[in-house]
Ligand binder design. Structure first.
Ligand SMILES: *Cc1c(COP(=O)(O)O)cnc(C)c1O
Length: 373
C-alpha cells in the first residue's frame, strides 16, 4: 500500500505573513527590538483582556516563568506536585534546589488528586505545584482550601490552559500565580514564549524586575534576576496569532466532536468528555487503551498508527517520576502512583490542531477501529 501523507500530532498556528511583514517593518523602523518595547506592552494588554486576567508578564518560554515564580515567592524545602506532566514542571523545582514530592493523580481528570495532598505534607512543605493537564481545570477550590489550611503557596503550571474558563472565570486566576507556555506546539504560540499571570501590580513589578536581571532602573539591581524577556519580533507575532486563536479553538472543538462520535462505542478505547460549566481549549485529545478489552496494547496501536503515518504522541509517558533524576525519590515509587502509571501506560494523544481535515480525522479513526489499517 502506498504511504499516505503524514498527519502530525500538532501544527503551529501561524499568523498571516503579510501582516507580520508590516509589523516587522515597524520594528525595523523603530530600531527597538527588545526590552519592554511597544509590541511587548501591547501584547501584555491584549492578553490580559483576552484571558480575563488582571496582570501578566511575558517570558521567553514557558519554563522560565515556573522557575521565576518559585524564586519570587522564595519557595524552598519541598513542593507537592504531579508526576503526570511535561518534565519542565518538576525541573523548575530542581533548578531552585527544591525537593519534588509526587502525589498520584485522579483517574477521572489526569490532574493531581487533591485528596492525596494532605498525606504528603511535611514540616518542609512550602507550596503546591499542580498542572491543568490537557487544559482540564484542577479542583482549584479544594486545592485552595488545603493550601490555606496549611499556609502553602500554590503555583499552577497552566501551560495547557490558555483561555480555559470555569463558570465564566479564567482558570488562570486560581492560586498565587499561574504560568503559560506559548511554545509552537501549544494552542496559542509565539514560536517560543510564555507568561506569568498574577493578581496585583506589586507582584507584576517584582516579576518584571526578575525577568530582566533584577534591574529596577539604570543603576539599581534589587534581586538576583535572570534574563527571560520576550522580544519585539515574537511579541508582534503574538499579537497577530491572538486574532486567530478563537477560530483555531473552534476548529479544534469540531475535531474533538468528530473523534468522540467515531470512537464512543469502540470497545477498550476511552477518552474525556467536556466538563460542565467549563470553556475548554481542546489543546489535546488523549485516548486511553485498555489492552484486554481492545485486544491490542497501547504501544501496538501507537506504532501501527505511525506505520500508517498517523503521528500520535504518548503524552505523558514515561512519568516524570521515572526519569533518572527523580526516580530515587521516595515519592517516585510507582507503587505509590498507580493511577499515574496506568494513565501513562495507556495514553495516546491523537492528532489535534486547527488544520486537520475531515479526511485526516477519518483516517485516524479508521486505523483505531480496524486495528490493522
Ligand atoms: C510546554 C510545557 C511547559 C514548558 O513550556 P516551554 O514553553 O516549552 O518551556 C511546561 N509545562 C507543561 C505542562 C508544558 O506542557
Amino acid at each position: 500500500m502506498e504511504k499516505q501523507d503524514i498527519i502530525t500530532v500538532t501544527s503551529p498556528l501561524l499568523p498571516d505573513i503579510e501582516e507580520f511583514k508590516t509589523l516587522l517593518e515597524k520594528i525595523w523602523d523603530s530600531r527597538w527590538i527588545t526590552n519592554n518595547g511597544t509590541f511587548h506592552q501591547e501584547l501584555e494588554t491584549a492578553l490580559c483582556e483576552y484571558l480575563k486576567v488582571p496582570y501578566i508578564s511575558l517570558f521567553t518560554n514557558g519554563t522560565l516563568p515556573l522557575i521565576t515564580a518559585l524564586q519570587a515567592m522564595r519557595i524552598t524545602g519541598e513542593v507537592i506536585t504531579t508526576p503526570y506532566s511535561f518534565v519542565a514542571t518538576t525541573h523548575s523545582l530542581w533548578w531552585n534546589g527544591i525537593k519534588p514530592v509526587f502525589v498520584d493523580i485522579d483517574p477521572a481528570t489526569g490532574n493531581m488528586d487533591p485528596e492525596r495532598i494532605e498525606a504528603a505534607i511535611t514540616p518542609r512543605t512550602t507550596a503546591l505545584m499542580p498542572v491543568h493537564v490537557y487544559g482540564k481545570p484542577c479542583d482549584t477550590v479544594r486545592i485552595k482550601e488545603i493550601a490555606d489550611r496549611y499556609g502553602l503557596k500554590v503555583i499552577y503550571d497552566a501551560a495547557h490552559a490558555f483561555g480555559v474558563e470555569v463558570g465564566g472565570e479564567s482558570v488562570l486566576n486560581a492560586g498565587d500565580m499561574s504560568t503559560l507556555s506559548f511554545h509552537a506546539t501549544k494552542v496559542y504560540n509565539t514560536i517560543e514564549g510564555g507568561a506569568l499571570v498574577m493578581h496585583d501590580a506589586q507582584t507584576k513589578q517584582k516579576i518584571d524586575y526578575l525577568k530582566n536581571f533584577g534591574f529596577a532602573d539604570e543603576t539599581e539591581v534589587v534581586a538576583p534576576g535572570i534574563n527571560s524577556k520576550m522580544d519585539e519580533v515574537r511579541s508582534a507575532y503574538g499579537l497577530l496569532a491572538l486574532k486567530q486563536v478563537d477560530s483555531a479553538i473552534e476548529s479544534r472543538r469540531s475535531v474533538a466532536v468528530r473523534y468522540r462520535e467515531a470512537l464512543r462505542n469502540v470497545e477498550g478505547i476511552s477518552f474525556f468528555d467536556d466538563m460542565p460549566g467549563v470553556k475548554h481549549n481542546y489543546s489535546y485529545f488523549p485516548i486511553f487503551v485498555d489492552k484486554e478489552k481492545y485486544g491490542m496494547t497501547r504501544d501496538q496501536l501507537y506504532f501501527m498508527m505511525r506505520d500508517h503515518n498517523v503521528m500520535g504522541r504518548r503524552y505523558f509517558y514515561p512519568l516524570i517520576s521515572s526519569f533518572s533524576t527523580y526516580r530515587g525519590l521516595e515519592s517516585a515509587d510507582p507503587l505509590k502512583l498507580p493511577n499515574a502509571v496506568k494513565m501513562a501506560d495507556s495514553v495516546i494523544c491523537l492528532p489535534m490542531h486547527h488544520g486537520l481535515s475531515e479526511e485526516d480525522i477519518d483516517r485516524t479513526v479508521q486505523l483505531i477501529i480496524s486495528k490493522n489499517g
